[in-house]
Ligand binder design. Structure first.
Ligand SMILES: O=C(CO)COP(=O)(O)O
Length: 261
């Protein structure tokens, strides 16, 4: 089965809604220049909440081949949760993907697998697709427990989801030690864990579900290393931080050329 590659640019807490306009326009121009129409790769931008309306209006108004995503969502439906944004609010803004369980949320906001699992379920219930982030820190990697640790996060964050739901979603493997450090996991490191995740999903569900699931690698991905990483059989895309803030660079990642295997 062929899975459609998905390249997502996570802007994190960068670019206000005015800056976002320039960023998305430059990205769209660069993609249009190369006649990119979104049919071969999903190009996703993940702006801060305050930019979502502006970016959505641009994308829809200009029919850009770019899909909108959010960086987080509330685990609650509505009500007295000051500062939270619900899945229904995001769906109404035509957000298609929602990142849940990013390592920065886990680290700075103490999000557990249980919370991430609840958020993923809310995203699915609202008709959107979660991008569930997993991945180990440096200490775990040094102890050689990275596969076991990451698979435990996979089991925890997928708990209670149906095979159909899991087949539709995206898991992003982001080793924390490779985020924003310039330290890229080797393509073999990425494949080791992404392959193990797919096998775990086959064991938890079935082969068809595992084959359909898309798995991204994230951590210091750039235009210069994306093709090597994408050449690995179980890597279906990238979750890009720093490099997604430069429109030409992110466009080059989206337009990466497949290397001969
Ligand atoms: O955390 C990331 C994407 O969500 C990766 O960030 P960098 O690409 O800046 O390493």
């Amino acid at each position: 089965m062929t899975r459609k590659p998905i390249m997502a640019g996570n802007w994190k807490m960068n670019l206000d809604h005015v800056e976002a306009t320039g960023m998305v326009q430059k990205l769209a121009w660069t993609l249009a220049d190369k006649e990119f129409d979104g049919s071969t790769v999903d190009c996703v931008v993940v702006p801060p909440f305050t930019d979502l309306r502006t970016v959505q209006t641009l994308i829809d108004g200009e029919r850009m081949p770019i899909t909108l995503a959010a960086q987080d969502v509330s685990e609650h439906d509505s009500g007295a949760y000051t500062g939270e944004v619900s899945a229904a609010m995001l769906a109404k803004l035509r957000v298609k993907y929602v990142v849940v369980g990013h390592s920065e949320r886990r680290q700075f906001h103490a999000e557990t697998d249980e919370v991430v699992n609840t958020k993923a379920a809310k995203v699915l219930a609202a008709g959107m697709t979660p991008i569930i982030c997993v991945g180990e820190g440096l200490d775990i990697r040094k102890e050689g427990r990275h596969v076991e640790y990451t698979l435990n996060q996979v089991r925890g964050t997928l708990a209670g989801l149906t095979a159909e739901q899991v087949a539709s979603l995206v898991i992003a493997y982001e080793p924390v030690w490779a985020i924003g450090t310039g330290e890229v996991a080797t393509p073999e490191d990425a494949q080791e864990v992404c392959g193990a995740i797919r096998k775990e999903v086959a064991d938890l569900y079935d082969d068809a579900t595992a084959e359909a699931l898309r798995i991204q690698y994230g951590g210091s991905v750039k235009s210069g290393n994306v093709a090597q990483i994408m050449n690995k059989p179980d890597v279906d895309g990238a979750l890009v931080g720093g490099a997604s803030l430069q429109p030409e660079e992110f466009a080059a990642i989206v337009l990466y050329q497949k290397l001969p295997v």
